[in-house]
Design a protein around this ligand. Sequence first.
Ligand SMILES: [Zn+2]
Length: 354
Amino acid sequence: MKTFLTAATRLAAAAVAAFALSGFEAPGAHAEELAKNLFGAQKLPSVAQPRSYGFYSKGCFSGGMAIATDGPTWQAMRLSRNRRWGHPTMIRLIERLSHDAVADGWPGLLLGDISQPRGGPMLTGHASHQIGLDADIWFTPMPDRRLTPTERENMSATSLVNPKTHRVIDRLWTPAHERLLKRAASYPEVERILVNPGIKKKLCDTVTGDRSWLHKIRPFWGHDYHFHVRIGCQPGSTGCKAQEPTPKSDGCDKSLAWWFTEEPWRPATGPQKPRARDVMTMASLPKECRVVLTQPEPVSEAAVTLGGFGATTVADAPAPSAPQVELGQPPVPASAFAPTPVKRPPLPVQRPAR
Ligand SMILES: [Zn+2]
């Protein structure tokens, strides 16, 4: 009898193992905590080499840096979300864009979400923004005064797009909007910029002269009050999964015309699939993400915050406890990015959250 039981137990164990290996979750796996809860609870980044692990919509990152809530040429919005964190290259790029934009005649940037301190899925919003390489920037110019924290929470954004026609509202669109997007697209690190199809259409219809940057401007749902800057996987991040490159053409073609058909806006029918973040456990993420959660935190937020008014910057901050955050990454050459095959626009399986 004992022998029989042991054999049965072994069989059962083997069945469970086979089930697990088959990619299905064994009963009881539901007990594993959702990754969004673990990453959403992080207040500070990990002190480690800056590394992105996984994909924009399924991953995490180490060695993050914040952009200050306020700088001479920017103000961060929705401060309570604690999403001012990103890969150091992303954070430096935002600061640079803010300066360049001012030089172009844009009054300064209002910054939306970047990432959580260690990335990962979020409790609310964005499917992507998980590996520190995505940032949202408002189309609303920075006002000529400092917004209060309450205003930054509650100020509503202005949509540039008519929700019925999906076209830009002409009285809201200015040449400065075009210059801002062109500037953002000009950096070799930036692989794509997501905007509402109406905004892409406006650029297609009006940009004269150099149109080579338009291939980086990609139509997508939402993104009518902000644009979304995505940089490529950075050197050293061998565990970072690159996105398919954008087409080389300006994209003012059939793929754009599709957005002005009924299909992309058709309401989904049938049972809704659960959102990825609501089922994503640590097992769904790269294994390095477990390590990222256990890595030490910096001595303070200021020690890993870039910019601000006379605030401590990363460069002159006291060194955080070892291992030190890597500073001064070299700029990425354009040649670091792969060439660009053609790709159909995504089908409307899931409306992304803003
Ligand atoms: Zn975004």
